[in-house]
Design a binder for this molecule. Structure first.
Ligand code: PRP
Ligand code: URA
Length: 206
């Protein structure tokens, strides 16, 4: 299922990310902040377990997350979203999947894979700001499933209908969260209006 997060603070941060005049500092900070804000929606339905807690006054029943969280950024640009989740769930494990899009074919090329072992029982949050053709996200989800992941949530900032369609077709069991569903792709596979090349803007490369 696709969820577009329309909260005003999320939309405000998205506009800062889209702005071509935002420098690396503003881009980095806004990417972390928007991910944290989106996390409120993403974690809304996570199961809780009851636990006893001693307040300074007396014992009472509290609640805590009953499942572990694994965060998996797609390198490189997904790295810029990790802190947005780990500042809320500091004991989340972090796996890494390295993929880049071949410039001509737009097909994903995998160059790195390092995942924690507890994927099966965890809620896996896959991070990548851009969902363009959907090739990278779909490949990463396949890799996660091969490694035992059950529940996977894909969190992007901006997506194109083409990418959403591909992930929904290849992995109908995966929930997708985005701040905006944009118009489409240009001839070279960039999202319009999008926010440009997320990896380059995050790391100062061209
Ligand atoms: C970008 C982006 C996604 C991918 C999206 O990464 O971060 O991973 O493209 O495109 P797709 O949906 O068509 O697969 P890129 O390949 O530019 O690598 P980088 O993050 O290392 O710059
Ligand atoms: N990757 C990006 O970084 N931006 C796009 O618009 C498409 C793919």
């Amino acid at each position: 299922m696709l969820t577009i997060i329309t909260h005003p603070l999320v939309q405000h941060k998205l506009t800062r990310l889209r702005n071509r005049d935002a420098g690396m500092k503003e881009f980095r900070e806004s990417l972390v902040e928007i991910t944290t804000l989106m996390a409120y929606e993403i974690f809304r339905e996570l199961p809780l377990a009851e636990v006893m807690v001693e307040t300074p006054m007396e014992a009472c029943t509290g609640r805590k997350l009953s499942r572990s969280t694994v965060v998996v950024p797609i390198l490189r640009a997904g790295l810029g979203m990790v802190e947005g989740i780990t500042r809320l769930i500091p004991d989340a494990s972090v796996g890494h999947i390295g993929l880049y899009r071949d410039h001509d074919s737009l097909e994903p090329v995998q160059y790195y894979n390092r995942l924690p072992e507890n994927l099966q029982e965890a809620v896996v949050i896959l991070l990548d700001p851009m969902l363009a053709t959907g090739g990278s996200a779909s490949r990463a989800i396949t890799r996660l499933k091969e490694s035992g992941a059950g529940e996977i949530k894909l969190v992007c900032i901006v997506g194109a209908p083409e990418g959403v369609g591909k992930v929904e077709k290849d992995h109908p069991d995966v929930d997708i969260y985005m701040a905006a569903l944009d118009r489409g792709l240009n001839d070279t596979g960039y999202i319009l209006p999008g926010l440009g090349d997320a990896g380059d803007r995050l790391f100062g490369t061209t």
